[in-house]
Write a protein that binds this ligand. Structure first.
Ligand code: NAD
Length: 372
């Protein structure tokens, strides 16, 4: 077996790490930064606090990033970066903010519009340094080379990937996740779970990522229900933040697979939150992959304390119920046209990373069951 592993992001983890931001910027030798975030952090006063405490290092901000960020928002960030001659980017938020900021930091160094990259243009090889500060646990975007952008007008949601997207520094401060509401905690926590499980079963799995995935899965199974039940539970929040970074490290090389492939049309067409969309199909694909298991999945199930993969999949279904996320699509009363769009949209390149080949008939069968 041949494998490679590369991880270029410096990670600082722990409560209160956000306060370290000015010191980290000075360490990079940069002087003019843009703070990119979402409206709730401006409302909570964090934008002005960070700007004031930066001692002049943050010179402008864009606090309008929406969930599933739009190419147009990325263009706005690029415009501000250029107008203010910024030389670094701070991304404070969930995956939506971090992805948009990472993309803007790289795309601002070249002349093409952000749209062009959605259509396949080669991404620039360098970008402004990004300091990523995640506020959900989460996507792991603070340590990945992926940025997912959407263009609602064209019905597009697309992961873009390039080495230049890796942030320079990740400041992972679990305290920032205390304010995440229960449903978002549940959705983002299941995204962590899917990253880890999909990394483990990906066709491109490798030993370092397997070990990371196992660690992250144990943490999610133990701490996610507690983090959803009580957002102020420090231990649960800290362990979920740890799981999120570790799962990010686990999937960034082997990439995600079937559940992520299906999540894109589920979010695009039905507006389902990213993590909830991934979670919808994860236990289904666990059963599909277990049916053709070479022993690796059975071993994982045992490591996690389950008798076999069926017991593992049953427990995932139960976990989804406990944390209150959707178990099928019955609430959407899917039209036949939507059903077909889901099937076709799920034939995303990530599907090819799944260990078992997923045919159109299999997708049809799965969505028929989920239609409710
Ligand atoms: P998100 O960033 O869209 O945030 C969800 C909601 O929670 C938003 O309304 C946001 O404002 C709010 N929020 C964030 N932090 C909060 C806090 N501390 N307190 C209160 N509210 C808070 O959700 P997400 O799941 O973190 O990111 C999803 C996006 O990331 C999707 O577009 C997905 O495709 C992408 N993604 C990227 C990667 C990657 O490697 N780059 C991996 C997985 C997913």
């Amino acid at each position: 077996m041949n494998w490679n592993y590369m991880q270029p992001v410096t990670i600082h983890f722990g409560e209160g790490k956000l306060a370290q931001l000015p010191e980290e910027v000075r360490g990079l030798g940069k002087t003019r930064g843009i703070l990119i975030t979402s409206p709730s952090f401006e409302r909570r006063g964090l934008v002005s606090k960070i700007t004031e405490e930066s001692g002049g290092l943050i010179v402008c901000n864009y606090a309008k990033i929406s969930p599933n960020p739009q190419v147009a928002e990325c263009e706005e960030c690029i415009r501000l970066i250029r107008e203010n001659a910024c030389d670094f980017v701070v991304a404070l938020g969930g995956g939506s903010v971090m992805d948009c900021a990472k993309a803007a930091a790289v795309m601002s160094t070249a002349d093409l519009p952000a749209d062009a990259y959605m259509d396949g243009a080669a991404l620039p090889e360098t970008g402004l340094p990004v300091i990523a500060v995640p506020t959900t646990a989460g996507t792991g975007s603070e340590i990945t080379s992926v940025a997912v952008l959407s263009d609602h007008a064209r019905g597009l949601k697309k992961p873009l990937a390039c080495t230049a997207f890796y942030p320079k520094i990740a400041l992972v401060d679990p305290e920032l996740t205390y304010s995440v509401p229960p449903h978002t905690t549940a959705c983002t926590g299941m995204d962590v779970f899917c990253h880890a499980l999909e990394a483990y079963w990906s066709r491109h799995h490798q030993p370092i990522c397997d070990a990371l995935a196992l660690h992250a899965l144990k943490l999610v199974l133990k701490y996610l229900p507690a983090a959803v039940a009580d957002g102020q539970n420090k231990e649960a929040r800290e362990k979920m933040a740890e799981a999120s970074v570790i799962a990010g490290l686990a999937f960034t090389v082997p990439k995600t697979t079937s559940s992520h492939a299906c999540s894109y049309p589920l979010t695009n067409l039905l507006g389902i939150a990213h993590g909830e969309a991934c979670a919808l199909t994860i236990d289904h694909f666990l059963r599909v992959n277990a049916a053709k298991d070479d022993g690796r999945l059975a071993a994982l199930a045992k490591e996690l304390g389950f008798a076999d993969c069926n017991a593992f999949a049953d427990s995932v279904a139960k976990l989804k119920e406990t944390i209150g996320i959707m178990k099928d699509l019955s609430q959407f009363h899917l039209t036949n046209e939507q059903f077909e769009q889901l099937v076709q949209g799920s034939k995303h390149p990530n599907l090819l990373n799944n260990p078992v080949e997923i045919s159109e008939d299999m997708l049809r069968g799965m969505y028929t069951k989920l239609r409710g």
